[in-house]
Design a protein around this ligand. Structure first.
Ligand code: G6P
Length: 490
């Protein structure tokens, strides 16, 4: 039996009893934007928020996050709160306001120009500015103040998300030591040799050790973290229990591979709306007699988008019989576009798409359809369902939830997943076809294999993949985190 929303709800009620449940992240799960006189509510493209929203729907409570939408201030009450999701209000979203300078230093600067490249092995050098680090500390304090205000004199369990808030647990506990905190780090943790170049590494690690429980996707990242503590700090490491004892306090370090709401996605993907949307896409892009590949990414240099385009180029050159027959639909969500590295990446991708299409196009066929826009979640499901194969070619990725969304959407038990070995997902999804995104020839060969794989084999693999994701869904992930904490008697 797989975990359901109700199971998680029951667990929360029995284990957390009267404690307030608070999730904190930088990115908010719903963004309100002005569109003429209207206000639109959009769901951002973030693995983190997609995964946590169903958990919050099940648990209720408060989600504290940065209010980044142009109409966010117009919909909140005097405590900066709004109930979400709009169509089924189930929990409260408390928004934090940042000035442009704060956003610049804390989000674009220290989080995404220093920590993001530091933790991903994608050969982008981190940029460490002391001013950004100071802003990062200041903004972590702003988040702490909002969380403490929400808690008041209640008992609370605070579940902190990701690398934007490494100092938060310490700051909360400095004011209110009764609060229990867990933190989940959604990206990889680098090995100590890589991590030690961070000028404020010790303070960051010390901040994370304010938590009672610290989670990563896979055991390898937990080991990297423990070894980093060993290198940088005066702390005792209990490798047996996977725990750090520091200043008389214990932090458990555990792997929790994150997932998606398998049942909900399967149900949505089977709906009439999605079938209609599939027809529309087929018609718009003239896909009726085509073999369709799909990729869905934020435009980020960790996702290996150029590597994938080069592999497709190689494949078409080596197997010309597939020219005019194969189409790669690349859905690309613009991301962090104020950062130079991301601007450069956009230009590089535009060039490659143009070059490859120019090289092969014939009549009204071109091999790459590049769709750079925000696509709503139902729209994405229709793309997944159309795919003969889906490519995830990250150079390094904590988990990668596109893999699990693709699998959950394939209610027809068909479709091949081509997956980078360097994702956390590769550890679980063993029925995928694995690639090294840097090895272009092998990658091209794997595209051929995916296309030529007999239907029975495709289905057998997809059935197993679906079973894995169904059994290890997002409710089980959240249930495991909460059970681990309550087992500690916290
Ligand atoms: C990754 C991070 C998330 C983040 C998401 C989108 O998945 O782990 O914390 O929300 O990227 O990035 P953004 O900068 O747009 O929030």
């Amino acid at each position: 039996m797989s975990w359901t929303r109700e199971d998680l709800h029951r667990l929360i009620k029995t284990k957390l009893a009267d404690r307030l449940f608070i999730v904190v992240s930088n990115r908010e799960p719903y963004i309100h934007i002005s569109s003429g006189d209207e206000i639109q509510c959009v769901v951002p493209v973030s693995g983190l928020t997609v995964a946590l929203d169903p958990v919050m729907r099940a648990c209720g409570g408060v989600w504290v996050a940065h209010g980044s939408g142009t109409a966010d201030r117009r919909v909140v009450d005097d405590k900066n709160r709004v109930m979400v999701p709009p169509d089924e209000p189930s929990y409260s979203l408390r928004r934090i306001w940042l000035t442009r300078e704060e956003e610049d230093g804390y989000y674009l600067g220290f989080s995404n120009e220093a920590l993001w490249p530091l933790c991903h092995l994608a050969y982008a050098p981190p940029i460490f500015y002391e001013a950004d680090w100071n802003t990062y500390k200041k903004v972590n304090q702003l988040f702490a103040d909002a969380v403490l205000d929400e808690i008041g004199d209640r008992q609370a369990f605070v579940f902190i998300q990701d690398y934007h808030l490494a100092l938060l647990s310490r700051l909360i506990k400095a004011q209110n030591p009764q609060v229990t905190t867990a933190q989940f780090w959604h990206i990889p943790w680098a090995n100590p040799e890589v991590f030690r170049i961070c000028p404020w590494g010790e303070e960051l690690v010390d901040g994370l050790l304010g938590n009672d429980l610290l989670g990563f996707h896979i055991g390898y990242h937990c080991d990297n973290f423990l070894n980093t503590v060993n290198l940088l700090m005066e702390a005792r490491i209990d490798y047996e229990r996977s725990a750090v004892i520091h200043d008389g306090k214990t932090t458990l370090v555990r792997p929790f591979p994150i997932s998606v709401d398998f049942d909900q996605i399967s149900q949505d993907a089977a709906s009439e709306n999605i079938k209609r949307e599939m027809e529309r896409i087929r018609h718009t892009w003239k896909l009726d007699d085509k073999i369709v590949g799909v990729s869905v990414d934020r435009v980020d240099y960790t996702k290996g988008i150029p590597n994938r385009l080069l592999a497709l180029d190689k494949f078409l050159a080596k197997y010309p019989e597939y020219q005019r027959r194969v189409v790669l639909l690349q859905l690309a969500e613009p991301s962090r576009t104020h950062i130079r590295k991301y601007k450069e990446l956009n230009l590089e991708i535009d060039d490659l798409v143009e070059e490859i299409n120019w090289k092969y196009q014939s009549g009204d066929w071109k091999p790459i359809i590049y769709i750079r826009e925000h696509c709503s979640p139902p729209g994405i499901l229709a793309f997944y369902r159309l795919a003969h194969f889906c490519i995830v070619s990250s150079l390094h990725d904590g988990m990668n939830l596109v893999t699990k969304e693709f699998i959950s959407s394939r209610v027809d038990e068909d479709g091949v997943l081509i997956l980078s070995r360097f994702t956390g997902a590769a550890r679980e999804l063993t029925e995928a076809l694995f690639i090294n995104p840097y090895a272009t020839d092998d990658f091209a060969e794997t595209i051929r294999k995916a296309i030529e794989m007999p239907k029975r084999q495709r289905q057998a693999r997809m059935r197993k993949l679906r079973h894995t994701v169904e059994q290890n869904n997002i409710y089980k992930w959240a249930g495991n985190v909460i059970s681990e904490l309550t087992n500690l008697g916290l």
